[in-house]
Write a protein that binds this ligand. Structure first.
Ligand SMILES: [Zn+2]
Length: 286
């Protein structure tokens, strides 16, 4: 599953290569890729035809293309393996090409949705008054959004009877933070993932938010440098994952701060990686 920085890299690619272009036609090569559009593939294609694509937008890990002169947007579900590619018309079809969008201009590129497992897809939705596809109206702003409200986030942490990693992954509180970036930010903040949120002081929650933003911006910087071609790609991987992780995936390796072997614990069907010395488990209280 791609995380926020990867999705933002794709959004920037779409902004550069797809924004302001008018859809000529849409070819659905596999009906499963538009299954969320209940009226079917022909209706989906018909509704896009002739509309200009507005500014590609993102909230958390959700990415959409507004259709100008409508109150609708095309929402991209990237799933586990979905990719949005901008390719020359002459490029051979990818083996798992599911949807092709051609544009009514002289540029020699088209937009392709490629998905090996077809868990993802594209769907058309009405916009909320804020310009969000209605199906994601409940998704909170992400920490890179200039309108994210740090104080409201802190107050929500204080009110909730939950633990910090659960809160970081709660898309109704803060969006776009996945398992990897949560572990990275918690390691930087020296917070154990089971820490009750009600115990966080304002400076601590502010510091944590700062670390969340830092790890995301660092990943974006890497993605941003590798993205300078026609190829817009999302597959949940970026050079950042190989080079710069301090916590995630480092079980048994020395903590980069204190040298203590890092640990991994099962956590909500996933894993949490942490340093047992820098990130002390909270005392159990009843
Ligand atoms: Zn440590």
């Amino acid at each position: 599953m791609p995380e926020l920085p990867e999705v933002e890299v794709v959004r920037r690619g779409l902004e550069r290569w797809v924004a302001h272009r008018t859809v000529a036609d849409t070819e659905v090569l596999h009906p499963r890729a538009v299954r969320r559009h209940l009226a079917g593939a022909d209706d989906f294609a018909h509704r896009l035809k002739g509309h200009r694509v507005g500014m590609p937008s993102r909230r958390g890990k959700y990415l959409w293309l507004p259709l100008e002169d409508t109150d609708q947007s095309v929402l991209a579900h990237l799933g586990m393996s979905g990719q949005l590619l901008v390719q020359p018309h002459t490029a051979p079809d990818e083996k798992h090409l599911r949807i092709r969008v051609r544009f009514a201009d002289a540029l020699d590129t088209e937009l392709r949705f490629v998905d090996q497992r077809t868990f993802g897809g594209l769907s058309l939705h009405d916009n909320t008054p804020d310009g969000l596809p209605d199906v994601i109206a409940h998704i909170a702003r992400d920490p890179l959004d200039p309108l994210f409200d740090d104080e409201a986030f802190h107050q929500a942490l204080r009110r909730k009877r939950t633990t910090i990693k659960r809160a970081l992954l709660d898309q109704s509180l803060i969006s776009g933070v996945g398992n990897i970036y949560a572990d990275e930010a918690l390691w930087r903040a020296r917070l154990h993932y089971e820490r009750p949120t009600a115990t966080l002081t304002r400076p601590r929650s502010q510091e944590l938010l700062g670390h969340v933003r830092d790890v995301m911006n660092a990943a974006l910087a890497v993605g941003g440098t590798s993205f300078d071609s026609l190829y817009v790609n999302v597959n949940g991987e970026s050079g950042y994952f190989d080079r710069s992780l301090d916590a995630y995936g480092r079980e048994g390796l020395p903590c980069k701060r204190c040298g203590t072997p890092m640990r991994r614990r099962p956590w909500m069907n996933r894993s949490s990686y942490f340093c047992p010395k820098c990130q002390r488990a909270p005392r159990v209280s009843s």
